[in-house]
Design a protein around this ligand. Structure first.
Ligand SMILES: Nc1nc2c(c(=O)[nH]1)N[C@H]1C(S)=C(S)[C@@H](COP(=O)(O)OP(=O)(O)OC[C@H]3O[C@@H](n4cnc5c(=O)[nH]c(N)nc54)[C@H](O)[C@@H]3O)O[C@H]1N2
Ligand SMILES: Nc1nc2c(c(=O)[nH]1)N[C@H]1C(S)=C(S)[C@@H](COP(=O)(O)OP(=O)(O)OC[C@H]3O[C@@H](n4cnc5c(=O)[nH]c(N)nc54)[C@H](O)[C@@H]3O)O[C@H]1N2
Ligand code: SF4
Ligand SMILES: [Mo]
Length: 695
């Protein structure tokens, strides 16, 4: 049979690589990187190939399931959509709008049909209890962009291909392929940077990225805020001529510097493990580079001072004149605008969670409170849950308690392709058709890309009669919910029309032009647009938001060393063959040596009489898991490292291969009270743990 190549972008991670999918009739038979994609130029990682496994997976749901006792029965689409809407509406009729919560997971941003059609459903629900994976991830980035630039998506992207000096904190793009910097084939880009300039990585582990960097600095988990404060203090030894370029578009800069200068950073080594001399050397090197950027990601966001860290990072870039400058960091201005008129600028503290009173960010509450909102009685208690492409039982804190709480819900409706740790609690599961049968445009990742790029992905194969597209399911539930609640419902047009409308808003390129370029278009490098696009009330960059000055004032003055000396600090890691919690059913990705182990420094092993390979119990303040240790010199002593997304051996799931994968759930240990104080983002990293042998 003849093979035909079809092209689209990969929906599995931020890198949005171009894929060449080879079909025989409408059967997918092979995948490779699309060499003609001007952005990814043939790059592909093991996950991209594992789409073959996802497509063929016998455990993948094809029809809706309805709970019957402890099992599920298959039902038809019309019945499933009507029942989903009615069940959620019934809870709200009895207990009020806030009694239904929603949790929206990471894959939503990778599918146009999810992202664009979720909002009518969430609007119909009108609940304050909206949660997402953003509050175990990038909230500090969004909040700082909102407070400083007036829009949550005015995110400065490091100009990785044009910079000469990059200070990278808490990111491991060689394993993660990027993140808030869409840069396919990033390892090559970083190696090129190391060849022409300097890449300094700050991480408690000598990560895969640290291993290829010009320099690696071990930092104490959660200690970066001190490093960044000392860095700004050191920078000020030199006047910055470039600062003047911002003119009156800079508000509160002197005030921010004064607040920073009041902080005593003399105990730097005790606080973050880095010598003051090192900081001074780096600050000088950064300042003396014509094109330089500081970038911080997961490791500095999902920790106790996430928002302060992201703020200080932007202030450093401003001080050196590198914000909105080629070779520094600049927001992308994508062909479908994500900022400006008609977009949601974000928000902060417009309402608070019922039980703990934590502030809203960008219209959502922190997922750290989901469990308590379900289990704490009273008016507004959550009794129903809608999840879409999310697995909070493995991905969010206090997992064991959340797992129990989900089992007690009055109604739970999930849009998902698997019966997994979370959806096994649902009363209804509605599985969208394969993304390969759907049109796609990357609304978000084009906006975070290191170049101005655009690509329209058409359906790779027709949608079968018994399949429903993601957008049809979300729209179907929204319509049924509206009808059951006596509200009007206005459907959106199908995806291609909506994409065309978005492109028309940008006014740069049409859908027809994109359709004529199946490998995508490269429209050039990042360009300075931030100053012209600021959405703050003052029209200037707000350098001294009150919430951040307050947080700086109360920055913990107690030295971390005062804590229990037998405790270790737990941090996470990603692997090139992992995708959060949900691709462990793909044989291509799970073959080979196990990767779930707790990495531990030999000195920490010896101090506990443990040897490499031992079975151990890992305890935190709120939970404990059993796992295997592996000795590693790549860690600082006192820090242990465990990947998240494991813990599949539980009853009631339907993922036969994943069930056999070794590894326990990290988030049984993560503490819903250990948060970034400003945003409420969970401090997944730097969790205090104790390790003991299992006898
Ligand atoms: N300890 C620790 N915890 C972490 C992290 C960490 O570093 N350490 N990382 C955090 C981060 S950054 C994130 S983004 C979150 C992710 O948290 P989540 O988004 O909650 O979890 P995922 O593992 O991405 O689960 C995705 C879900 O979507 C389903 N799915 C996959 N494809 C589709 C599809 O096309 N349609 C639908 N409807 N469903 C689909 C999968 O079956 C799975 O149920 O985890 C966070 N949790
Ligand atoms: N292969 C693979 N790729 C992925 C994913 C995946 O699961 N697997 N997930 C995707 C998702 S949803 C996201 S959000 C991105 C995340 O992508 P990245 O932001 O690159 O995240 P990580 O790979 O978790 O790297 C975080 C690093 O921070 C370090 N760290 C921990 N605590 C601290 C600290 O206190 N200070 C400092 N300076 N560093 C610290 C960790 O050791 C780790 O090396 O990756 C995406 N890409
Ligand atoms: S790097 Fe990301 S986008 Fe590229 S093939 Fe791998 S999973 Fe897909
Ligand atoms: Mo993420």
């Amino acid at each position: 049979m003849t093979r035909q190549s079809r092209f689209r972008s990969c929906p599995l991670c931020e890198a949005i690589c171009g894929l060449e999918l080879q079909y025989e009739a409408d059967t997918l038979v092979a995948i490779r990187g699309d060499a003609a994609d001007p952005f990814s130029r043939g790059h592909i990682c093991p996950k991209g190939n594992a789409i073959l496994d996802l497509e063929a997976d016998p455990d993948r749901l094809r029809m809706p399931l309805r709970r019957r006792g402890s099992d599920f029965e298959e039902i038809g689409w019309d019945e499933a959509l009507a029942e989903a809407g009615e069940r959620l509406a019934a809870v709200q009729r009895e207990h009020g709008a806030d009694a239904v919560a929603a949790y929206v997971g990471n894959p939503n941003v990778h599918h146009f049909g999810h992202l664009a059609y979720l909002s009518p459903l969430l609007k119909s629900l009108r609940s304050r209890n909206i949660f997402s994976a953003s509050s175990v991830d990038q909230w500090p980035h969004q909040l700082v962009a909102y407070l400083m630039f007036g829009h949550q998506f005015l995110l400065p992207i490091p100009d990785i291909d044009n910079t000469d000096f990059m200070l990278m904190l808490g990111a491991n793009p060689v394993a993660s392929n990027g993140s808030l910097m869409t840069a396919p084939g990033i390892e090559k880009r970083l190696k090129a940077l190391v060849e022409r300039g300097t890449l300094v990585v700050v991480d408690p582990r000598r990560s895969e990225t640290a291993a290829i960097a010009s320099e690696h600095l071990f930092v104490r988990p959660g200690g970066d805020v001190w490093l960044l404060l000392a860095f700004i203090q050191a920078l000020q030894r030199v006047d910055s001529p470039r600062l003047a370029a911002y003119g009156d578009r800079l508000q509160g800069f002197e005030q921010a510097l004064a607040a920073i200068n009041r902080i005593d950073t003399s105990a730097l080594v005790a606080r973050c493990g880095i010598e003051p001399g090192t900081v001074q050397r780096l600050a000088a090197a950064f300042f003396n580079s014509d094109r330089a950027v500081v970038y911080g990601r997961m490791g500095v966001s999902t920790q106790a001072h996430g928002t302060l860290c992201q703020w200080l990072i932007q202030l450093i870039n401003v001080y050196a004149g590198q914000l909105d400058r080629v070779g520094g960091c600049l927001p992308n201005d994508p062909v479908i605008p994500v900022t400006g008129p008609g977009t949601s600028a974000g928000g902060y503290a417009r309402w608070h969670s019922r039980v703990r009173g934590l502030p809203e960010v960008s219209g959502e509450l922190p997922v750290a409170v989901l469990r308590e909102e379900i289990t704490t009685p009273g008016a507004g208690q959550v009794r129903g849950l809608f999840t879409c492409a999310g697995n909070p039982v493995l991905s969010t804190p206090d997992s064991a308690a959340l797992d129990t709480a989900l089992a007690g819900l009055q109604a739970m409706v999930s849009v998902d392709i698997y019966v997994n740790e979370t959806t096994r609690h649902a009363h209804l599961i509605l599985p969208p058709a394969s993304m390969l049968s759907q049109p796609h445009y990357d609304l978000i990742f084009n906006a975070f890309a290191v170049r101005r790029v655009a690509k329209y992905s058409p359906p790779m194969r027709p949608q079968a009669a018994n399949e429903r597209a993601d957008w049809q399911i979300l729209q179907g539930i929204a319509a049924a919910h509206a009808e059951a609640s006596g509200k009007p419902f206005h459907p959106l047009p199908p995806p291609p029309e909506l994409i065309a409308q978005g492109l028309a808003r940008g006014g740069e390129i049409s859908l027809a032009e994109l359709q004529a370029a199946p490998h995508g278009l490269d429209l050039g490098a990042l360009r300075p647009t931030l100053l012209a696009r600021l959405q703050t009330a003052s029209g200037a960059i707000e350098c001294a938001p009150a919430a951040l000055l307050d947080a700086l004032r109360v920055l913990d003055v107690a030295l971390l060393a005062a804590v229990d000396s037998s405790a270790l600090q737990l941090v996470g890691r990603r692997h090139i063959r992992s995708n959060n919690s949900w691709m462990h059913n793909a044989p291509r990705l799970v073959k080979g040596k196990p990767r779930h182990q707790l990495l531990m420094h030999p000195a920490d092993l010896a101090a506990r009489g443990l040897s490499d390979g031992a079975r151990v119990r890992l305890r935190s303040r709120i939970g404990s898991i059993d796992t295997d240790v592996q000795a590693s010199d790549d860690l600082q002593a006192g820090v242990v490292c465990l990947p998240h997304g494991f813990g599949h051996a539980v009853a009631g799931t339907r993922q036969a291969r994943a069930q056999l994968v070794d590894g326990a759930n990290y988030n049984v240990l993560s503490d819903p009270a250990h948060l970034d104080g400003v945003s409420g983002n969970v401090a997944l990293n730097g969790v205090e743990v104790w390790v003991e042998a299992i006898r």
